[in-house]
Write a protein that binds this ligand. Structure first.
Ligand code: THG
Length: 369
């Protein structure tokens, strides 16, 4: 695939860490929430192996926050998600599908409950702030909605615990998955959560003070030297093996959460009010007609810039591949595909054309590992 440069501009916002990562050899950017998101350092595979064994620091400032506060904030946040937040606790993160009135996915953020009437919605790549403002205006809600200056640094990998302990002390290793707390560094308070877009373990630091954030960035590399710390970014191979979904790639507004295997985060029986609830009940009753599944393909390479159709042995289209990568672990291409009913059963075979060659593939469960 031919490579092109990104023409930088104010509209494609830089992050406080852009100057740091450019010195550290970032080789590719993607755009996420109108912001630069590093997409490559060394080779994808080298970075994958490094992430699985060591610790990496990621500039994921593009995971923007939508702050919602005020008297009606809990009602508005619940109106946007099908996950029951009525028993949610301050100091916890919640992975929540955000859906519209037709139950189509708008986003799949992590929601942080900062206080009973203050929330951060840590968004994937779509303009949730406009959706939230529209709802608040229409409903006459007493809320304040804005994008705060928060630039997340993720510390990911099995050695992330040791690295963070060196800087913040033992207490940080006692935090539970998807919990958050406040830790001091360089005279400033930092919200740190035990989360991140990899399954290798780690933390996310919600940096609000750019000066202390940059000092912390440098400290992570200084203290992490003996742990072989490297600059990194969300890794395509690792995230597909772990089945961490990517909004806009694996699913979008034409898909509902039940079709995307997000059933765990759909609470239709709870006494709560959210958009699309009736529609989702109807979908559940009738049953879904397409489903997101894993696939394995007997190929050694794939580069995707759009979805690729999948055909059965009768040349009938049975679905489409939405994300894919070569996996060194499985020694073949693996991917995430939307399969039509009744072709989503495990072991269903298909044919796929990649770069004008035809390959065999089969459907499997997610996650791969
Ligand atoms: N961290 C933060 N913000 C984010 C992301 C993140 N915003 C954008 C994007 N990532 C949102 N998408 C996801 C997808 C999956 C997860 C988090 C954010 C995730 N899922 C776990 C899983 O699927 O196993 C755990 C979910 C759970 O058990 O609650 O972590 O990464 N700040």
């Amino acid at each position: 695939m031919k490579k092109y440069f990104i023409a930088k501009s104010r509209r494609l916002r830089s992050t406080p860490y852009s100057s740091r990562i450019e010195k550290q050899g970032v080789t590719a950017y993607t755009i996420y929430n109108h912001m630069l998101l590093p997409a490559g350092f060394s080779s994808l595979e080298d970075s994958y192996f490094h992430l699985k064994e060591n610790v990496q620091v990621w500039d994921v400032a593009a995971e923007r926050q939508v702050e919602i506060s005020g008297k009606d904030s809990a009602e508005l946040v619940q109106l946007m998600t099908c996950r029951d937040l009525s028993k949610s606790k301050v100091g916890r993160c919640y992975y929540c599908p955000i859906i519209d009135d037709k139950a189509g996915l708008i986003n799949d953020p992590v929601i942080l409950k900062l206080d009973e009437d203050r929330w951060w919605i840590s968004i994937a790549d779509s303009d949730v702030i406009l959706f939230a403002k529209g709802l608040a205006i229409g409903k006459n809600f007493k809320v304040k909605i804005f994008e705060p200056n928060v630039d997340i640094l993720a510390v990911q990998g099995p050695k992330s615990f040791e690295l963070m302990e060196k800087i913040f002390g033992k207490k940080i290793t006692e935090m539970k998955f998807f919990g958050f707390d406040y830790f001091e560094f360089a005279g400033a308070k930092h919200l740190i959560a035990r989360s991140g877009w990899s399954k290798q373990g780690g933390y996310e630091i919600y940096v609000e003070n750019t000066k202390s954030g940059l000092a912390l960035y440098d400290k992570l590399f200084e203290a992490g030297k003996e742990l072989n710390v490297k600059a990194g970014c969300p890794n395509l191979i690792e995230r597909i093996e772990s089945a961490l979904l990517s909004y806009g790639n694996d699913m979008d507004n034409d898909d509902n959460p039940l079709e995307c295997g997000l059933d765990k985060y759909v609470n239709l029986e709870a006494n709560i009010n959210f958009l699309g609830k009736e529609k989702l009940k109807e979908v559940k009753k009738k049953g879904i007609t397409k489903k997101l599944m894993g696939v394995m393909i007997e190929a050694k390479e794939i580069n995707m810039s759009k979805s690729i159709e999948l055909f059965n042995d009768k040349n009938l289209k049975i679905g489409e591949l939405r994300s894919g990568t070569y996996s060194p672990h499985f020694e073949k291409v693996i991917g995430i595909a939307m399969l039509e009913k009744p072709y989503w059963e495990v072991s269903q075979t298909f044919k796929i054309s990649i770069n004008d060659s035809t390959f065999e593939g089969k459907v499997c469960d997610l996650p791969f590992i």
